[in-house]
Design a protein around this ligand. Sequence first.
Ligand code: MN
Ligand code: MN
Length: 467
Amino acid sequence: MADNKKTSPKRELLLEKQVNGYDRINAEDLEACEEYNEKYKVFIDEGKTERLATEYAVSAAEKAGFREYKRGDSLKQGDKIYRVNRDKAIVLAVIGSEGLDKGVNIAAAHLDAPRLDIKTTPLYEDSELAYFKTHYYGGIKKYQWLAIPLELHGVIALKSGDVIKVSIGKDPSDPVLVISDLLPHLASEQMKKTAAETVAGEKLNALLGSIPEPEDEGSDRVKLYILGILNEKYGITEADLHSAELSLVPAFNARDVGLDRSMVGAYGHDDRVCSFGCLQGILDINNPAKTAVCVLVDKEEIGSEGVTGMQSSFFDTFIDDICQSFNVPLKACFENSFCISSDVAAAYDPSFPEPYDKLNSARLNYGLGIVKYTGSRGKSGASDASAEVVAKIRRILDEADVVWQMAPLGKVDAGGGGTVAKFMANRNIDTIDAGVPVLSMHAPFEIVAKLDNYMSYKGLKAFYLSV
Ligand code: MN
Ligand code: MN
């Protein structure tokens, strides 16, 4: 019967059926993929805050021959340079053979991730238990942060100008902190609330200790005992916590996920998975035609604001400094530049299919996700890349044999989001989003597919070298 069916030559016009990346990837790439993901796991475990991730980037850059760039330093083709912004963001560049008036190829990603920040007057005692009050950072489902082990990272800045680094919980011999949850036996009222209301922000208090100070008969002896420990370890008083930047992040490390080990589960894939691709990509290239630029920023999760966010003129200043050393106006460079805003995409989740448009969704193992526009309620807040920009990225990725897919975010009315893309586009730079699809985005333990992670790196590397 089937033999008699007519087949129109018009079938050639149809969108080629996408295949699973595992049905396409060659043996060489498969091996490189494993290696790349092992390296990535080290980074994601070392870089659990933007400061720690920046530290990693600096050390990796220096090992790869990058030097810190100071304004006025002379530059020549092939030079590899970087500059750090207040320990929380970094920009790296490899000087190309073409003039900067031809534009630069920029990959941008963010190093910050949702977490719980410690309040500025955080320490208190209640019912002979001591706590830190927290204020969540970024979009979280608050209930996911209860009853899981947490580690504390950050700095305490003293009036003297000294800055003390804090790290508690990362070393396996360290204690961890935790936020308690109500037992189900007594949770009948709690369980009636909506998921958004189940845990109020003011209940996100991290348990610090329970021993009363033996040398004191006054009030708050448990708090006093904890303060004694902090003083002994860091030389601080309670007032010094006013000028601290301390964050609670999950106290578990990256693990392979699945019986086939095809995925990586970790805290902070958004957006350190793309940050690592951008970073490793620029570390691995030599002598690009266009100057290649990698910028890894802070504060994306709260709107890219502030001196360390993508809206900061820190970035413009760095590019301007380079431009000046070649006597090229910054605006001439920007108008011919191209930027990949590399941020994670939402992977289709078969357990929660409702908010996805299946025809327009990223899938695990289908490669780097291209996102033409983000935004919500009718693309509001999106920079919306032009057709020409999408065509250019299609060409670059296909020429480099990168597995990629179109990856918009969910159904039209389901919600939305944003990235640093619009802040690049606002600078008169052609910009498009492209990143790794993630399951359980913004959860304490997010999931990416190893193949997508590697294809993102491969694509970014090809982009840096493109003309
Ligand atoms: Mn992100
Ligand atoms: Mn995010």
